[in-house]
Design a binder for this molecule. Structure first.
Ligand code: ATP
Ligand code: FE2
Length: 326
């Protein structure tokens, strides 16, 4: 079975083609970079609409397939920004109806978990999903993927990007912050906000920005943000593993590219005798291949959708998905 997946929840528009063994035949993506400030949903959606047609062509050519070879169209149904989701969903419906093949709308967060589970050979991991908009600790329990902890305000990537904007690091800032952090020596006191299993980052953002205006160096600030924020994430991930008796930890989302975060989680996992896994960067960031794969899993487990079921779901929660494939 060949599935074409369309991702378009936020900044990234992606098209991927995947087969039933999870061979990734193509996975093309383009990221919208706002000229200044944060993401503007309508502008991002325009970016996606302008690029989608040529990306569909590129993805099929790279995969060496024709549209007639496709068996399934999958798309990100949510959560995400309305105008962006609508662009991807409209294209997916048009393709499925024209080709007369099934369509499946998938939950973006669950897709991050399932592509990691398949490609990293994890059986039952705790997923730490860290991206711009999302920060969640997810694990399977009683037929559903449950959110064991999450951010109470902004996503960690969003915090890094906002802090980076103040330092004029450009967008996205995560990788530059990682680079600067390597030169940091001093661990500055920043709010360590863990509330039960949840975390919050806006206090850290304000405190770090204030320290910057008081003259602390960029290097020390980036180092301190990373050490504090990643320690918070490692703590709640470890607690989720302890509560669920799970011995695998999987990382996903754009912030998973960060080596320091990987090292901290790996150290924690190894100390518990657990496995640590992180997919290659192209599968951690938002991408079409994970959506295509998620569609295959759902289709093969018996899920079928009519066009009327493909309405986008901006606030689609991870634990709303009936996981009938496990
Ligand atoms: P989502 O819609 O799932 O929230 P997204 O639009 O934020 O996703 P991703 O590609 O998953 O897209 O993640 C992008 C985020 O990852 C940005 O906030 C960026 O700063 C961050 N990031 C990228 N590389 C690094 C890095 N090396 N260290 C820390 N953060 C990073
Ligand atoms: Fe994502």
């Amino acid at each position: 079975m060949l599935s074409l997946g369309i991702e378009g929840t936020a900044h990234t528009i992606g098209v991927g083609i995947v087969d039933s063994q999870c061979n990734i035949l193509s996975n093309v993506l383009k990221m919208y970079h706002p000229e200044k400030g944060g993401i503007h949903p309508r502008e991002a959606a325009n970016h996606h609409a302008e690029n989608l047609i040529s990306m569909l062509k590129e993805a099929t050519e790279k995969a060496g397939v024709n549209y007639e070879n496709l068996d399934l169209i999958s798309f990100s149904q949510g959560p995400g920004l309305g105008p962006c989701l609508r662009t991807g969903a409209t294209a997916a419906r048009a393709l499925a109806l024209t080709l007369n093949i099934p369509i499946i709308g998938v939950n973006h967060c669950v897709a991050h978990l399932e592509i990691g589970r398949k490609t990293q050979h994890c059986v039952n991991p705790v997923l730490l999903y860290v991206s711009g908009g999302n920060t969640q600790i997810i694990a399977f329990s009683n037929g559903k993927y449950r959110v064991f902890g999450e951010t109470l305000d902004i996503g960690i990537g969003n915090m890094l990007d906002k802090f980076g904007r103040g330092l004029k690091l450009g967008f996205p800032a995560g990788a530059k912050i990682e680079e600067l952090a390597e030169g940091g020596k001093k661990l500055l006191d920043l709010p360590y906000s863990v509330k039960g299993m949840d975390v919050s980052f806006s206090g850290m953002l304000t405190a770090a920005s204030n320290l910057y205006s008081k003259g602390e160096t960029r290097e020390d600030l980036c180092h301190s943000i990373q050490e504090t924020a990643f320690a918070m994430l490692t703590e709640v991930t470890e607690r989720a593993m302890a509560h669920t008796d799970i011995e695998e930890v999987l990382l996903g989302g754009g912030v998973a590219s960060n080596k320091r975060l990987c090292t901290m989680l790996k150290t924690m996992a190894l100390a518990r005798g657990a496995k640590f896994a992180v997919p290659p960067q192209k599968l951690c960031i938002d991408n079409g291949a994970m959506i295509a794969w998620m569609g295959i899993i759902m289709y093969e487990s018996g899920v079928r959708m009519n066009i009327k079921d493909t309405v986008i779901r901006q606030r689609f929660r991870t634990d709303e998905v009936e996981v009938q494939w496990r």
